[in-house]
Design a protein. Sequence first.
Length: 247
Amino acid sequence: MKKLLVLITIGLLANFGIAQDRLALNSFRKVPADELKTFMQNEAFYWSKVAAILKEKGQINAWAIQVRNGGMLANEPNVNTRIGIGSWENYENLGKNYAAAQAEVKSQMDPEKLALLEESLKQDKFEFATTLTQTDELIWSDKQPSFNYVVMNFSKANDAAQYIAEESRIMKPFFQKLMKQGKTKMKGWATASVLSPVGYDYAYNAFTVDFYDNISDAFAPFNSDDITWPEEMASLGELKLLAFGKE
């Protein structure tokens, strides 16, 4: 199991893909340190406005930019742009809708600022990988959830649907109980499966997500030493594979 810790630097426009079909497009980037400031400015001052228009029209239900925080290998991505699509119709029309929203944002800008923006947007996209995912389970500790950090736990399973079902059966009630008892700092928990790309060459096909307010909570998530883990957790490991063999 791999863990990817990310910082959400621009707020979600809705909860973590709760809407219809719970579809999301995740665009992972490997942005060099000396390019990150410009990249994030483009996201904050331009792409967030495009996303706001799309959400207002119901063409997406969420948008966030996530930046890796903590240790990582040199060949791993450090930025993820997450678009909560909401429905297959939105997914089918995403390119057309994005183009229209971009044109609308630019039409509202001062010509001089637009010229500067156009130059800034020429920056390389630093594309690393893109995945289409579906959120299968989602629980919160509060009726109005808030979070700043997420930990994504990636797994390669022989049968992703079976693995997700077992995560939900075993771990969902466990985390729900801890949240209710106040024994964890976790604000939410989710399971998700990868719809595309799939195949033995890809490193993961399912993952879980832990939500936290503070980065320290991600490294020390429990408020109590009195934690009894489910005995059936071992069965989850038996369902996970490496790309070409059993883990």
